[in-house]
Ligand binder design. Structure first.
Ligand code: ADP
Ligand code: MG
Length: 481
């Protein structure tokens, strides 16, 4: 184990997110994943002579959405450039990308690690088209090429070299994945390649300000692998330095079989891509009004919701974190709490019985939204002590889900409401105490823990109708005599 204490890791990430548009960035071919190979490849995708690309404005809108969500400056004057290189899965011989004018400049994403909140500074977010896919693992002798992906729209997010641990990189990518899903610009599925990450890693002695020589680990396709690759590289770079070696700037790949990385090529410092503005694509100018409309349509972001819920609803950090995990759940909570004052109880219901039910039933929050008026009533019944929680979540909730209906009527017709009659409860308590004279004796001698057992017995006799709080009060009163 190398001496980590002496060194600081410096990490900059490049994340490619495939935009969830219907069609590609410069033509009408479907941008969807999973079609039969080479079926979404019009002459424009193939770069045939005489074809003319046309920019998909939805992709521009999505890139701006992400930029605004991250607090970037939006560049108003944009153009696309050709980045030339040869690769079999790049049919045109160049990739259309933004070069010196990324559409979003600067910005930040905040993460929360064990030490607290941390800001990850972004350098830029730019638009570009994806290449096709070379497939090496179907045939033993040939590489197969699927060009469906060629020309699909991507944003590339580039951070400043301001990340200093594999853990923070992990949290950052997790947050980015949540954000792209939250604002609906990318499905975030790393297994399908919708979100891919390159990690640039260097080390330096603590206190140094100059950046060390970096290596770049390409195409990490799971958040876990990003963390593993960075951990491995930091260790490897320290080993090299500690044993007197020289780090060379390299492009590497991750081997998920043994959590190591291997070199693909030594990186030439200045690739000459012969960038020039694509003459087939008109530069585009964004008006303030256009940008403002996108800003206005942006949903409340997790961080904003967290603030509001903490202040207005006094929810715990844990509850808030959980409720902001998925937008559909947060939306459902927002819709529900518009109609009920029981904020904390609604959160508990979502994180408990509702999640459980959705897991089992494969229903979605969308389907649940129409039941909100009944759920509002259900919460009132529980919070006012008329229905106990386990009966409410076990029987009544499920009944409402199966068939939308008034929880009060259902509970009444099935005789499930808790008894508010002190006489009735008092007689249940008397029964239980009479049946357990030895335990009553023990309780009076000091085994106060037995109260729970008595409460349980009364609940049983009452078939769940007795309110535990009231039973406890009556029991304590009778036992103190
Ligand atoms: P390139 O276009 O060659 O990939 P960039 O300058 O755009 O290079 O940087 C790509 C990423 O690498 C950025 O996230 C940047 O922060 C990061 N990076 C650059 N230099 C270093 C370094 N010495 N150590 C760690 N990360 C670095
Ligand atoms: Mg790079």
């Amino acid at each position: 184990m190398a001496t980590l204490e002496k060194y600081e890791a410096v990490i900059g990430l490049e994340i490619h997110a495939q935009l969830a548009t219907h069609s590609k960035l410069f033509c009408g071919d479907a941008a969807s994943f999973g079609a039969a190979p080479n079926t979404h490849i019009s002459p424009i995708t193939m770069g045939h002579p005489g074809t003319l690309p046309k920019t998909n404005t939805k992709a521009i809108e999505y890139a701006i959405k992400m930029g605004l969500a991250c607090g970037c400056d939006i560049e108003k004057d944009n153009y696309f450039a050709r980045k030339h290189y040869f690769y079999p899965d790049l049919p045109k011989g160049y990739q259309i990308s933004q070069h010196t004018t990324p559409i979003c400049v600067g910005g930040k994403v905040s993460i929360k690690n064990s030490e607290g909140e941390k800001i990850i500074q972004l350098n830029r977010i730019h638009l570009e088209e994806d290449a096709g896919k070379s497939i090496h693992d179907i045939s033993a002798t040939d590489t197969l090429i699927d060009l469906n992906r060629a020309g699909t729209p991507l944003i590339e997010m580039v951070t400043e070299p301001c990340i200093h641990s594999a853990e923070d990189a992990f949290l950052f990518v997790t947050e980015v994945r949540r954000l792209v899903r939250w604002i609906g610009i990318c499905d975030g599925n790393m297994e399908e390649g919708s979100l891919r990450c390159d990690a640039n890693i260097s080390i330096r002695e603590k206190g140094d300000t100059k950046l060390g020589t970096r290596v770049e680990v390409k195409n990490l396709n799971s958040i876990r692998n990003i963390k593993k690759a960075i951990e491995f590289e930091i260790e490897r770079l320290i080993q090299i330095t500690e044993t007197g070696g020289t780090i060379i700037q390299q492009t590497r790949s991750f081997d998920a079989n043994n959590d190591t990385t291997f070199s693909i090529r030594d990186k030439e410092d200045a690739n000459d891509y012969r960038y020039f503005p694509d003459p087939d694509l008109a530069p585009f100018h964004l008006t303030d009004e256009y940008i403002k409309n996108i800003q206005d349509a942006l949903p409340s972001l997790p961080n904003e919701l967290k603030e509001t819920w903490k202040q207005l609803y006094s929810l715990s950090d844990y509850d808030i974190e959980q409720l902001c995990e998925h937008k559909e759940e947060a939306d459902f909570y927002i819709a529900w709490t518009k109609q009920t004052p029981h904020y904390k109880a609604a959160a508990n219901w979502i994180l408990g019985p509702i999640r459980g039910y959705l897991n089992e039933s494969k229903h979605s929050y969308k389907m649940l939204t129409s039941a909100i008026p009944y759920l509002v009533q259900l919460l009132d019944l529980v919070e006012s002590g008329q229905l106990n929680f386990s009966v409410a979540s076990g029987k009544v909730f499920k009944a409402i889900m199966e068939q939308p209906q008034s929880p009060l009527q259902f509970a009444q017709s099935h005789n499930l409401l808790q008894s508010n009659s002190t006489d009735e409860m008092s007689s249940w308590v008397d029964q239980v105490l009479a049946q357990n004279t030895d335990k009553v004796e023990a309780y009076k001698k000091g085994k106060k823990g037995l109260i729970g057992l008595f409460v349980g017995e009364v609940k049983k006799i009452s078939k769940g109708k007795a309110d535990p709080k009231t039973i406890t009060q009556i029991l304590e009163q009778k036992l103190s005599k």
